[in-house]
Design a protein around this ligand. Structure first.
Ligand code: IYR
Length: 224
């Protein structure tokens, strides 16, 4: 029968807190998350690979459609690969900044002082390239269905970014679109599409960020 091979059910391990304790614990976390900034100038200072692995362990704990975990994390440290990725990303970005993005889009980006130059790709100690698996593929080439792939991988990336911040590492969510070159350079299988390129490292000594205002939580929340 269909149900013969199901995993058994185990008791939920869950901690309830009194409201005061709950808010206390949460505020610390929220305050820390609210200090996070996207970084575009990285130091070449090394990072312990054990920290990267732990960040990925957090990301990999994300919920996903039917628990398929439809992602792969490719950790790049090899200087030749980084150079190749930088070169290919800059080629796409030159096209993006040179006419592929609309005037409105370019206008919206001005405050970030971004351009096609992606020096950080070579400078940062770790690049994590997140791939989304549109379907599963085992060693014998059998396909398995994946569900809510975009949502699942997005959630995992959010958890990755939060974990990296918690670890004292800076991140950048880079989408040098189109990102097809990442699958080619990193020799990923046909079921995978590059989703996000995430440099992970320490900010450069002199790193600056725009003085941005975020919407207030009350402006984005509707209580009914
Ligand atoms: N991918 C380009 C452009 C860019 C687009 C958005 I939307 C941003 O929030 C930031 C940059 C780049 O990385 O420069």
């Amino acid at each position: 029968m269909m149900h013969d091979n199901l995993p058994s059910m185990i008791r939920l391990n869950f901690q309830r807190y009194e409201p005061e304790e709950s808010l206390h614990r949460l505020s610390e976390f929220t305050e820390d998350l609210c200090c996070r900034r996207t970084v575009r100038h990285f130091s070449s200072d090394p990072v312990d690979p054990a920290v990267i692995r732990e960040v990925l362990r957090a990301a990999n704990s994300a919920p996903s459609g039917a628990n398929k975990q439809p992602w792969s994390f490719v950790v790049v440290t090899d200087p030749d690969l980084k150079r190749e990725i930088r070169k290919a990303a800059e080629e796409e970005e030159k096209k993006n900044y040179g006419g592929r993005m609309s005037q409105e889009w370019l206008g919206d980006l001005q405050q970030f002082r971004t351009d096609w130059n992606k020096e950080y790709i070579e400078k940062v100690p770790f690049l994590v390239v997140v791939f989304a698996q549109s379907y599963g593929l085992n060693e014998s080439g059998e396909k398995a269905k994946h569900y809510y792939v975009q949502e699942s991988v997005g959630i995992a990336c959010g958890m990755l970014i939060a974990a990296a911040h918690r670890a004292g590492l800076a991140t950048l969510t880079h989408t040098p679109s189109p990102m097809g070159f990442l699958g080619r350079i990193l020799e990923r299988p046909e079921n995978e599409r590059a989703y996000l390129l995430i440099p992970l490292g320490y900010p450069a000594e002199d790193a600056q960020v725009p003085d941005l205002a975020k919407k207030s939580v009350d402006d984005v929340t509707i209580w009914k």
